[in-house]
Design a protein around this ligand. Sequence first.
Ligand SMILES: [Cu+2]
Length: 192
Amino acid sequence: MRRIAFVIGAVIAELSLAAFAGTIHGKVSGVSGESVVYVEAVAGKTFPAPTATITMDQKGLMFAPHIAVVQQGATIEFLNSDSVAHNVFWPSVGGNKKLTHNLGTWPRGEKKAFKFDNPGVIPLLCNVHPEMSAYVIVSPTPYFAMTKDGEFKIENVPDGAYTVTAWHEGAKSKSNPVKVTGGTAADFTLSK
Ligand SMILES: [Cu+2]
């Protein structure tokens, strides 16, 4: 009997957790092109590890996509689709130069996987082609969005107080405190 009561209690707790979640929406202005908006780490809170693997291609002497956003712990497969060899390296993670890493240089058709365990913005470079560049944004939470026109929506964020950061490659990142109570708005104006 006690066990049944416990199970029912757990189900109710789960339902109410699901009920008290909202959408963070808003607009990133002051910049044009892709921006990334994500919820910063929440003290004392961990999230299930992401299971999806995404591919970052090197094609036509360009990284594709130019900007990728993943949850902390995600794996990215770096593929070379060109007939020339490409390299992948990054000088820092979130500005921390100690986290620099050179993945190596490899020919067409080959790929290498890397698991991103540290959050932050990672500038990707190729030491064979200095004009090649891309960014990986490793979000510390599963709550993130990419926007092309500035409008963004991050859904299913549990009620609570958060810090939300907007990033654009040509501007200074900006962070705003956001309180989610069944839906909330957060607008950002970025500048250089
Ligand atoms: Cu290259």
